[in-house]
Ligand binder design. Structure first.
Ligand SMILES: Nc1ncnc2c1ncn2[C@@H]1O[C@H](COP(=O)(O)OP(=O)(O)OP(=O)(O)O)[C@@H](O)[C@H]1O
Length: 275
C-alpha cells in the first residue's frame, strides 16, 4: 500500500500528482550489488512542497533520477496523475518530461557559456510551436516568477550572473514548460547563505503562485524544514521517517533523523523566529 508523506494511506492514485510504489534500484559493480533505493513508496500530493533528506549516499539522487524517468527502476512503479509512467517511451515520455521539470545543483553545467541567457531560453522553446513574440512574453512572465526582469538577464552571458541569478534563470527555464511538478535536486547547495534563502523563498512562492508541486532533494535537514510542508528522511536507500515538517522536527522517531537534527542545533529556534 502506498502512503503519503504523513504516513497515512493514499486513498486513490489521483490524490497525488506523482507517486512511487515499492521502487527498488540495484547497481551491480564488479561482482557486488549496491541497493541504492530499497523498496521506497512515496506519494506527492498536488500543491505541496515535499523534501527528501538524507546524507550523501542515502539514495536521494537515484530516487530523483528514477522519478524523472532518466534511469530505469529495477522494480516498482512510478505513477503521474494516476497513470503508470514506469515504462513510458517516445512521445508520451517527452510529454511526461515537459510536465515534470528539474533543476540541479550546478546551473553552470546546464548553460552553454557562449550564448546570452535570452538565446538559451528561446532555444529551450525551439521544439514547441510558440512564435517569437509569444516566446518572449512567456520568457518575461517566467523570469518574473523568479524575481528577474528581462533587462537583468536576457542580454547577459551566464558568467555575468551571480550563482543565485543563474539558478533562478534555470527555474524560469523549467517554468516555461508549464510543469505540474518541479524537482529541485540539491538546487541550492552551491549557493552562499543569502542566495540560498533567496532561492528557497522563490521555490516557496512558486508553490503558492502557480500551485506547483515541488520536490526538494537535499542533504540539509535545515533547508528541508525551512521550505517543505512534509519531509521524508532516507538512510541507506530506505525511507526511515516521514511526516509533516513539524512532526519531523518536534517528534522525530528514527535515531537517524534525531542525529541529523542534532547537527542543526538552532533549527527549532530559527523556525520559531520565522513564524
Ligand atoms: N551509477 C551507479 N553505479 C553504481 N553505484 C551507484 C551509481 N549511482 C549511485 N550509486 C550508489 O548508490 C548509492 C546511492 O547514491 P545516490 O547518489 O543516489 O545518493 P545521494 O543520497 O544522492 O548522495 P549524494 O548526496 O552524495 O549525491 C551510493 O552508494 C552510490 O555509490
Amino acid at each position: 500500500m502506498t502512503t503519503n508523506l504523513t504516513g497515512s494511506p493514499a486513498t486513490t492514485a489521483t490524490d497525488s500528482v506523482l507517486a512511487c510504489q515499492d521502487v527498488v534500484k540495484e547497481f551491480h559493480v564488479t561482482g557486488s550489488k549496491v541497493v541504492a533505493v530499497d523498496h521506497v513508496s512515496l506519494d506527492f500530493p498536488a500543491g505541496d512542497v515535499l523534501a527528501v533528506v538524507g546524507e550523501s549516499g542515502s539514495g536521494k539522487s537515484t530516487l530523483a533520477r528514477m522519478l524523472l524517468r532518466l534511469m530505469p527502476v529495477t522494480s516498482g512503479t512510478i505513477t503521474f496523475r494516476g497513470e503508470d509512467v514506469t515504462d513510458l517511451r517516445g512521445k508520451r515520455l517527452r510529454a511526461y518530461w515537459s510536465q515534470v521539470q528539474a533543476v540541479f545543483q550546478d546551473p553552470f553545467a546546464s548553460f552553454n557559456q557562449f550564448f546570452p541567457v535570452g538565446d538559451l531560453l528561446r532555444r529551450s522553446l525551439a521544439l514547441s510551436s510558440v512564435g517569437r513574440e509569444e516566446a518572449d512574453a512567456l520568457i518575461e512572465e517566467c523570469l518574473g516568477y523568479v524575481g528577474l526582469t528581462p533587462a537583468q538577464a536576457l542580454h547577459k552571458y551566464p558568467h555575468q550572473l551571480s550563482g543565485g541569478q543563474r539558478q533562478r534563470v534555470m527555474l524560469a527555464r523549467a517554468l516555461m514548460m508549464r510543469p505540474k511538478v518541479l524537482l529541485a535536486d540539491e538546487a541550492t547547495s552551491m549557493l552562499d547563505a543569502t542566495l540560498r534563502v533567496n532561492v528557497l523563498n522563490v521555490l516557496h512562492d512558486l508553490k503558492d503562485d502557480l500551485g506547483l508541486t515541488v520536490l526538494f532533494i537535499t542533504h540539509d535537514i535545515g533547508q528541508a524544514c525551512y521550505l517543505a510542508d512534509r519531509v521524508a528522511v532516507m538512510e541507506h536507500g530506505k525511507v526511515v521517517e516521514r511526516g509533516s515538517t513539524d512532526e519531523v522536527i518536534f517528534a522525530p522517531q528514527a535515531a537517524y533523523t534525531k542525529r541529523l537534527l542534532a547537527d542543526v542545533p538552532d533549527l527549532k529556534g530559527s523556525l520559531k523566529r520565522a513564524v
